[in-house]
Design a binder for this molecule. Structure first.
Ligand code: F6R
Length: 629
């Protein structure tokens, strides 16, 4: 599959037209994508009747299957259909928000992966014309719009043209798969910035977000390009762009086995998740800056309450805590507000001073971490406002918070946080910008400028990922080390802590992160011949004083025999003489550097762990979500 860029989406999608019972194929495909984890699932089958047969259920796939059995499989009999597993973006994971979504007549059904940014405007337009929406999702709007385009006007009766006309109106990222009861022999799918592949079988065709959905049936696949639409029928497929002109996809043969396919060709989910970080960042930012304003996903407090905030606590655990430490630098700088970052497990056992003007930002990938949840409850008892930064829609922490910002990094299967961490850093920055905007400590054009710089980080991370072969080799060479130290200053300090945590949890190697300035207050006694010390250098163009101080710190440890591994901005020639190994990262704004400097540290830890023979997806003694205090 060399050369094929396989974008990873958040939800799992599969569509089928062929000679078998579509229900069997679709449920089989959903099972193959079960590794993604999901919060609801659904199917829509074209049975030749007046309407489509649809079933959808919150929870695991088994819930959907029980519901299908209860209705009776005969009701779903047909050779075309589609299915979906959801990782919620808009609206909590309940039955009514599960896909497929239908128009009012039940004749059109849509499944969707991605985020439609202008859905609020589309929803308002539909409601103004009398359409009643039955879910909280962005997806449902597309079902109504497609039904309307199919019912009359120049696209009447033409499903592909109707879908194209709606796609042209959508902003954001999407893979859409559409069926219509009138067209039981075809399935239409379209994509923009979300993954979509066609599986080409013998008298059967598939569309899916992921080859894992169909590789037990065919290994011949075609990847769709940006802004393309495909119509599949039993005997073939046809690709056009959104204007309707013929287009070509990129054919390829899948040579992965199923297990590798699930992992995007990687040996471990974590390695795939590291690769997904540019997309996770883009998804986290998507839709959160509209009409010149930073917007949260849910806000149950007034703008005035946000304006009145006079102190911020960030509470979180592990990597999420490190993301908070990074954010402190930005929030204090942008908002001129004091920010304290607390380990959630410590927070309520001391006596933090909180009142209604305190904003507690609870950062949690899972949204279920017991320590963080208890900290949230404690904060609310003290009348503080709580804003959750969470990757899991509808989890307990966002449910109990006054405002929510979802990270949209998608499910993370590797136990060690990677893409979720980067997404948390980005989301915390958004919180900072929202506060700066509310408090007027930044002008609107400054907020827009900071947001644009954040958006550019997706490609900086992509660029970083392309240059990590050196780090992999280094990881293999360090596999026998007894310990590794990590040093950083300013935002590089939490990055050092995160690098050390990754190494501890994945490679079971002793690792410590230090603020470089603290070295001389004790830790320098640890330095001995050949001890690997990873140093996260600030940009020489950012704050020159920080850079100079770190250069001195490195020279001190190098003089004492340490093996220095320096993560530095490309072109940083001053540090070169002090680096036994120099890992270059792209030049980015000072505050945003953690988004690139963390990446080589993740890869380093994973590589050392692999070289030591450990399963990086499931480190010993650890659980993905820690629901006990
Ligand atoms: C480290 C890691 C953990 C989590 C921590 C918080 O790689 O994954 O330290 O960051 O357990 O989990 P969430 O974010 O789910 O609250």
């Amino acid at each position: 599959m060399a050369g094929v860029v396989t974008l990873r989406g958040v939800c799992g999608i599969v569509g089928y037209v062929g000679h078998r019972q579509a229900l069997d194929v679709v449920l089989g495909g959903l099972h193959r994508m079960e590794y993604r984890g999901y919060d609801s699932a659904g199917v829509a089958m074209a049975t030749g009747g007046q309407t489509l047969t649809v079933e959808r259920r919150a929870g695991r796939l088994a819930n959907l299957e029980s519901a299908v059995e209860a209705t009776g499989r005969d009701a779903f009999a047909g050779t075309a259909g589609m299915g979906h597993t959801r990782w919620a973006t808009h609206g909590p994971p309940v039955d009514r928000n599960s896909h497929p979504h239908r128009d009012a007549t039940g004749r059109v059904a849509v499944v969707h992966n991605g985020i439609i940014e202008n859905f609020a405007a589309l929803r308002a337009e539909l409601e103004a014309s009398g359409v009643e929406l039955s879910s909280d999702t962005d997806t449902e709007t597309t079902a109504h719009l497609i039904a309307r385009a199919y019912a009359d006007g120049e696209t009447a009766g033409d499903l592909p043209a109707s879908v194209r006309s709606v796609c042209r109106r959508l902003e954001g990222a999407f893979t859409l798969v559409v069926t219509h009861a009138d067209q039981p022999d075809l399935v239409v799918a379209a994509r923009r910035s979300s993954p979509l592949v066609v599986g080409v079988g013998e008298a059967e065709m598939f569309v899916a977000s992921d080859v894992a959905a169909f590789i037990e049936h065919t290994r011949d696949a075609v990847e769709l390009g940006q802004d393309q639409l495909v119509v599949i029928g039993r005997d073939g497929y046809e690709i056009t762009d959104f204007a309707g002109d013929t287009a070509e996809g990129k054919p390829f043969t899948v040579d992965w086995d199923l297990s590798a396919a699930e992992k995007g060709g990687h040996e471990y989910f974590m390695l795939k998740e590291i690769e997904e970080q540019p997309e996770a960042l883009a998804n986290t930012l998507r839709g959160h800056f509209q009409d010149g304003l930073v917007v949260l996903d849910e806000q149950r407090i007034s703008d005035q309450d946000l304006r009145d905030v006079d102190k911020v606590f960030v509470v979180a655990c592990g990597s999420a805590y490190h993301s908070g430490l990074v954010a402190k630098y930005a929030i204090e700088h942008w908002c001129r507000l004091p920010v304290e970052v607390e380990l959630a497990s410590e927070f309520r056992y001391r006596d933090p001073v909180l009142d209604r003007d305190t904003l507690v930002v609870a950062v949690s990938q899972s949204g279920e971490t017991a320590d963080t949840l208890e900290a949230v409850r404690h904060a609310r008892e003290q009348k503080a406002r709580v804003l959750a930064v969470c990757n899991t829609n509808g989890a307990q922490i966002p449910r109990e918070s006054d405002a929510v910002l979802y990270t949209h990094a998608g499910p993370e299967i590797g136990v060690a946080s990677t893409k979720a961490f980067l997404a948390q850093v980005a989301a915390n920055y958004l919180v900072g910008l929202a506060l700066a905007q509310a408090r007027g400590t930044k002008y609107p054009d400054e907020v827009a400028g900071e947001f644009a710089e954040l958006e550019a980080m997706s490609s900086a991370v992509h660029k970083t990922l392309e240059t990590l072969e050196q780090v992999r080799g280094l990881g293999r060479r360090l596999a026998e080390s007894k310990a590794v130290l990590f040093l950083g200053r300013h935002v590089g300090y939490p990055v050092a802590l995160e690098g050390a945590l990754k190494l501890k949890e994945l490679a079971y190697m002793h690792a410590e992160g230090f603020a470089a300035g603290e070295l001389k207050h004790g830790p320098i006694a640890l330095i001995e011949d050949d001890l690997p010390v990873v140093v996260v250098m600030p940009s020489p163009k950012g704050r020159a004083v920080l850079h100079s101080k770190l250069v001195s710190n490195i020279s001190e440890i190098q003089a004492r025999g340490a093996r220095t591994i320096v993560i530095a901005e490309e072109g940083d020639d001053r540090v070169r003489p002090f680096a036994d190994e120099l890992v270059e990262i792209p030049a980015v704004p000072t505050l945003l550097q953690p988004l690139v400097s963390t990446v080589p540290l993740q890869v380093l830890a994973a590589e050392i762990a692999r070289a030591r023979g450990f399963d990086v997806d499931k480190p010993r003694n650890l659980a993905k979500s820690v629901t006990v205090e």
